[in-house]
Design a protein around this ligand. Structure first.
Ligand SMILES: [Zn+2]
Length: 426
């Protein structure tokens, strides 16, 4: 039996993954496979804080047994296959209770319970664009699923999408919970350096411990990685308060599954896109420290490296009109802009610096500029010359072609770090 739920948290706090640990604690069934933490489209304006939904498969387990956590002193395991299914009504009763107990008052939680796994397209749509609640409800009715929504029940979309996720690419996150929260930074750095399959632990450029939740939450810290066995070792390396419970989730974090390749004319608001283009408008910094430029592929769109992307802006500022790039990012509706997560710089144009104004062929005098891009005029006889008649020297560009990403402090859950992209190429 599959259980999906979402939207129990809100901007005030709470955490859907904590509700997952409570459901696991209460049900008298085994977990089949890992609990799943599924992140959905980060650009929808009405999303919950982390936009993460939960899916659990439960029943009587068989086959390989893996230790994946500890809740209230009890070890938690997951099994490789299902021997016997769970009772749907019994599950619904427990999940209903848990949601009522743990949801924040301004959340719109929902749950779905279904024997049949839901079709993949719901996930695909929910991670890449916008899904309507009615669309999901209709599907759930057709599939014969049990579902319930509270307070508007917007979470029904995430609950269904989490169940319909098929891990093609996947990572894991070991999440710990506890009221007492302190940890030693040096131990995080040491863990980061010795556990090579983990990522986004510590931002060296910004001295930021990325394991810690950004907002008020029952979460103590989370370690992300490609190898769940190494995550357990990584947890042992963290020096800090003793966690009260911990659990490993299988997730779509760091997979880039929100992104889709698009031509500029086909881009819609709230999508996340990969677009190839030529830099048209040169980068400039606006109020607030945001860096804006535009790209062109027959149509034009603005791209932004916002202030929170910190050092990444220094790369963007070096772009010049004519450079060939591939941008990765989420699309804002107003202003219609691609909010950069990554950029691949493919080809750089040659850069020139003017060293001398043109000389008048009659008077032998240096001409004067009329204005930027408007050409030159001889101050004596008034003869005109174009921009191209000045003398230029080629200058070396410091920027190198390659893939660049925002620092860890600004990275989104779904963004695949370059470290993982390289791993996949090999
Ligand atoms: Zn002249």
């Amino acid at each position: 039996m599959w259980i999906g739920f979402d939207d129990t948290d809100s901007l005030q706090g709470g955490c859907t993954t904590y509700v997952a640990t409570e459901v696991i604690r209460r049900i008298e069934y085994d977990l089949i496979g890992f609990p799943r933490l599924v992140r959905l489209n980060p650009n929808v304006p009405w999303k919950t804080r982390g936009n993460g939904a939960i899916a659990l498969q439960v029943g009587r387990g068989g086959g390989k047994k893996i230790e994946i956590g500890e809740i209230e002193g009890r070890k938690i395991f997951c099994y490789s296959y299902k021997k016997e299914d769970a009772d749907a009504d019994k599950l619904a009763e427990i999940v209903d209770e848990m949601i009522k107990e743990y949801s924040m008052s301004d959340a719109q939680p929902s749950f779905v319970i279904t024997r049949k796994k839901l079709p993949y397209f719901i996930y695909k749509k929910a991670v890449k664009s916008v899904v309507k609640k009615e669309e999901v409800k209709e599907l759930l009715k057709k599939e014969g699923a049990i579902y319930r929504g509270y307070n508007g029940g917007r979470g029904i979309i995430g609950a269904a999408a989490a169940i319909s996720w098929k891990p093609r690419d996947r990572t894991y996150e070991l999440i710990t919970y506890g009221k007492e929260k302190w940890l030693n930074k040096e131990s995080v750095i040491k863990m980061d350096k010795s556990c090579s399959s983990t990522f986004n632990n510590y931002d060296y450029e910004n001295d930021y411990i990325a394991l810690l939740p950004k907002a008020n939450s029952p979460v103590f810290y989370g370690i992300r990685g490609d190898d769940y066995e190494e995550l357990k070792k990584a947890k042992e390396m963290i020096v800090g308060a003793k966690e009260e419970r911990w659990l490993i989730f299988e997730t779509n974090q760091a997979t880039d599954e929100h992104l889709q390749r698009k031509k500029i004319r086909d881009i819609k608001p709230y999508e996340s896109v990969i677009v190839k283009g030529i830099v048209k408008k040169a980068p400039h910094t606006i109020k607030g420290g945001h860096v804006i430029f535009s790209i062109y592929d027959g149509n034009e769109i603005e791209c932004a490296a916002y202030e929170p992307t910190k050092q990444f802006r220094n790369i963007i500022r070096q772009l010049m009109p004519g450079d060939e790039v591939v941008v990765y990012g989420g699309v804002r509706a107003k202003p219609f802009t691609i909010n950069l997560e990554k950029i691949e710089i493919r080809k750089l144009v040659d850069a020139y610096r003017k060293v001398e104004n043109p000389i008048c062929s009659k008077c032998g005098k240096h001409m004067k500029s009329i204005g930027k891009g408007k050409g030159y005029r001889c101050p004596k006889c008034g003869a005109r010359a174009g921009e191209e008649e000045a003398k230029y020297v080629k200058v070396k560009r410091e920027l190198k072609p390659g893939m660049y990403e925002v620092p860890i402090i600004a990275m989104r859950h779904l963004t695949k770090p370059i470290k993982r992209m390289k791993a996949n190429i090999i």
